[in-house]
Ligand binder design. Structure first.
Ligand SMILES: [Zn+2]
Length: 443
């Protein structure tokens, strides 16, 4: 028994995006079996039917950089002396949080943004975890949450030598990659090797990470030049810019993800292109941390594959896309910049990164692609077609409510109701744990 979605406006995306009014999609198992107009699917089947009248049918969104562990920072008391720069934001907020998390905190911190992902139509995330207080075993907690919520997720632990704990981080990445390699029931979880950032990682830890990544044929996921201080540190300690240092140690390549790249120079951009390393832009986070804006148009012109992430700010990829459009245009002071770059990052490049890094066939309504599909409430007030679809997406659908979310052929939310997920109980427990964690924080 499959699922037949009918009577909606179907947006296929992919190399040749098609907008099919009165469209239909047939799902069988975890894949898309067929699609077309609803008239082509009139013959009775034993598939469960979903009526998508008044809705858009499109592929689920992908977030190529997230931090599920950031949940308990929401509403957390700010330090007496507010952070004055990027390093102080890390020291006073994020590192304080991540050296206090327990196993149960990690599990519940993960559930909340995964629920938000379902509600916002985000069906695949690339998570970058950090918990210096509980590293070995931490990815199991996230995997458990991912399995229960039904989202596709690529996990890693951001190893760093903070507090001398790089060894534990390496152990956890290697342990998790080995575990899922041999696991029959791994759910939808895959893995990478995580590193925090150049300035918190020694050469020895960097080399060991590369060895683990090579052993498990995966890439490295790390923050690169988010703030200028990261570049200054690399130049001071190694007489190399960050991307040069990463290249020297073999950490780059088409399975690796370099997040941010706000402060890199031309030579570093050349290396990213030559090594086919993926870059991920996180506009809301960059604005929130006041670190500047990456040269997305320049990197695209060079041929670097650059995707879009939220950096833990939210799980809403449409609002992130609009933020990207606005910051790029504002920074360039050029009306031609922003719109197409933002849409390309979300709709074309994120699926390509998913395929490069994990071999996922996602982000399109196409036969044999994975059945990650969402329905959005939307009555187009003007004509909608292949040529103007992006205008509807950025200025109309961005404010639409997601009605139904399907991941890997399984319905996770229907008629705006989560299936088999007790959100009230989970958020209540999350509030209890967050209160206890806030009490333990060393202010
Ligand atoms: Zn990040």
């Amino acid at each position: 028994m499959g699922i037949l979605i009918k009577n909606g406006i179907l947006i296929t995306l992919g190399e040749k995006n098609r907008v099919i009014e009165n469209g239909a999609v047939l799902i069988e198992g975890n894949k898309i079996k067929d699609f077309g107009t609803s008239d082509e699917f009139k013959k009775p089947t034993n598939a469960e039917e979903i009526d998508a009248s008044g809705k858009i049918i499109m592929p689920g969104f992908i977030c190529t950089h997230h931090h599920l562990y950031s949940t308990f920072s929401r509403g957390m008391r700010t330090p007496k002396k507010p952070a004055r720069n990027f390093l102080e934001i890390l020291e006073k907020i994020w590192w304080r949080l991540d050296r206090t998390l327990t196993a149960e905190d990690i599990y519940y911190s993960s559930l909340i943004p995964l629920i938000e992902s379902i509600k916002k139509g985000t069906t695949t995330i690339f998570d970058h975890h950090e918990s210096q207080s509980y590293q070995v075993g931490s990815l199991n907690e996230i995997q458990k949450a991912v399995r229960e919520m039904g989202i596709r997720a690529c996990l890693c632990l951001g190893t760093s030598d903070r507090y001398g704990k790089g060894k534990d981080g390496l152990e956890e990445n290697a342990r998790f990659l080995k575990k899922i390699k041999n696991e029959k029931d791994k759910g939808l979880a895959t893995g990478m090797v995580g590193l925090h950032a150049s300035f918190t990682v020694s050469d020895e830890t960097l080399d060991r990470s590369v060895e683990i990544a090579q052993k498990y044929n995966c890439g490295i996921h790390l923050h690169v030049a988010e703030d200028k201080s990261d570049e200054d540190d690399s130049l001071r300690k190694y007489a190399l810019r960050i991307v040069e240092r990463l290249e020297k140690h073999g950490a780059l390549g088409q399975k690796s993800i370099a997040v941010h790249c706000v402060n890199i120079d031309e030579r570093e951009r050349d290396i990213l292109r030559e090594t086919k390393t993926n870059v991920v832009h996180n506009p809301e986070s960059n604005m929130n941390n006041a670190v500047g804006c990456a040269d997305v148009p320049g990197m695209m012109r060079k041929g670097i594959l650059i995707g879009l992430g939220t950096d833990g700010m939210s799980s809403d990829m449409l609002s992130q896309m609009r933020a990207a459009c606005l910051i790029l245009r504002h920074t360039a002071r050029d009306l031609k910049v922003g719109f197409s770059e933002a849409a390309k990052m979300l709709l074309e490049n994120n699926p390509e990164i998913g395929e490069r890094v994990n071999g996922f066939k996602i982000g399109r309504i196409e036969r044999n692609y994975l059945a990650d599909i969402i329905l959005l409430d939307y009555f187009p007030p003007t004509e909608i077609n292949e040529d103007n679809f992006l205008g509807h997406l950025a200025f109309g659908m961005v404010n639409s409510v997601v009605d139904t979310t399907i991941c890997n052929g399984k319905i996770l939310m229907r008629n705006k109701k989560l299936i088999g997920i007790d959100e009230e109980r989970i958020t209540q427990k999350s509030r209890e744990l967050a209160r206890k964690l806030w009490e333990r924080l060393d202010y």
